[in-house]
Design a binder for this molecule. Structure first.
Ligand code: NAP
Ligand code: ZN
Length: 360
């Protein structure tokens, strides 16, 4: 056996994991690969808590993406580069770097070549709950103190941005920025955002920054003031039929960020001719669609998932230029189970972010 074969291929990192759909997250030790030539090793500083983490940990998407346990969630990662592989060009030790929902893709299919790795024909390697092609088992996410990724999937974060508030940009940010850009939301348009949660409050900020007139739909009357503060021009209580009626056939575009099954037909009716309702929320069961609402006025119903690496960098740079970050409540990792319960009750303004120093 040569010298090289005795080199360790992994090191141990601290994390929090769920061991089953019904169990709480608890301390857990995970392997991370020793950086390969194109890898960066990142000491994680902050990791946002996305509603997808809760869906995945509780195996609510079992028909589409069954959860592999133990599951270490977290895909809104910001940290500091502590080691670089010999061929790394984009980063040096000490740089701030970020990781979102993907850590790999095939790189050769038409979608990857178009910079839309989220649609990779071979399915991207997601930051957690994907096959770990290096160490075997599943990939582990950002509820940890360390991660190693190919530099192509690491993003640059401007030192201008507050790092805790920047972490949620890696999922909530890009997931809302990408469809607003794709459907060319701009000045002169009337744009709706459904739900003021982690994604929703970012959607309001971006739609406002793109110059649209922004209407926020909420089920929570007490969120009105916050919605106006983050950039909505008007707030509609979606449970009020009379308030909804006032907006019939008037929207160019609506982005629906709701995490639970709800009546999307009510929003289709609010689109004007050829307007688009795009779903980014991912409820666990199918939603019935009133087809006639689509037929009349040639309305469009669409979906969108995160965004490609190039666009994620564009979004981060846009945020640095416009001073945009998420509104966050920083927690210690020991508060994560309580945070999940609060998230499900809508009791967060508007994103929990884990200070991973609490893992020490
Ligand atoms: P969140 O912070 O919990 O926000 C969801 C919001 O939806 C809530 O704040 C609430 O807003 C509204 N809502 C919740 N339950 C509702 C119900 N029963 N009826 C009507 N409205 C309800 O969650 P998030 O982190 O923003 O994630 C939202 C969804 O997007 C999740 O399903 C998540 O998995 C998914 N997601 C998708 C992608 C993607 O790439 N497509 C990426 C990330 C997340 P109000 O109180 O204002 O009504
Ligand atoms: Zn997410």
């Amino acid at each position: 056996m040569g010298e090289a074969s005795r080199q360790p291929i992994s090191y141990s990192a601290k994390a929090y994991a769920a061991s089953g759909a019904q169990t709480k997250l608890a301390p857990f030790s995970i392997p991370r690969r020793v950086p390969k030539p194109k890898d960066v090793q990142i000491q994680i500083l902050y990791c946002g808590v996305c509603h997808s983490d809760v869906h995945q940990v509780r195996d609510e998407w079992q028909n589409v993406m069954p959860t592999v346990y133990p599951c270490v969630p977290g895909h809104e990662i910001v940290g500091r580069v502590v080691k670089t592989g010999t061929a790394v060009k984009k980063f040096k030790e000490g740089d701030i770097a970020a990781v979102g929902c993907m850590v790999g893709s095939c790189g050769v299919c038409a979608n990857c070549l178009a910079g839309e790795e989220q649609f990779c024909d071979a399915v991207p390697t997601f930051t957690y709950n994907s096959e770990d092609k290096d160490l075997g088992g599943a990939t582990y996410g950002g509820y940890s103190d360390s991660i190693v990724v190919n530099e192509a999937f690491a993003l640059r974060v401007s030192e201008k941005l507050a790092l805790a508030g920047a972490a949620p940009l890696l999922c909530a940010g890009i997931t809302t920025y990408s469809p607003l850009r794709h459907w060319k939301v701009r000045e002169g348009q009337k744009v709706g955002v459904v739900g003021l949660g982690g994604l929703g409050h970012m959607a309001v900020k971006f739609a406002n920054a793109f110059g649209a007139r922004v209407v926020l739909f909420t089920t929570s009357p007490d969120k009105t003031e916050d919605a106006l503060r983050v950039g909505a021009h008007e707030v509609v209580l979606s449970k009020s039929a009379s308030e909804m009626q006032k907006h019939l056939a008037s929207f160019d575009f609506i982005l629906d960020t709701v995490s639970a099954v709800h009546d999307v037909n009510a929003y289709l009716d609010l689109l004007k001719r050829e307007g688009t309702l795009t779903l980014v929320g991912a409820p666990e069961t199918p939603i019935p669609i009133g087809v006639f609402s689509l037929l009349f006025r040639r309305r469009q119903l669409a979906g969108s998932i995160i965004g490609g690496i190039r666009e994620t960098q564009e979004m981060l740079d846009f945020c640095a230029d416009h001073g945009i970050t998420a509104d966050v409540e920083v927690i210690r990792i020991q508060q994560i189970n309580e945070a999940y319960e609060r998230l499900l009750k809508g009791d967060v303004k508007y994103r929990f972010v884990i200070d991973t120093a609490s893992l020490a």
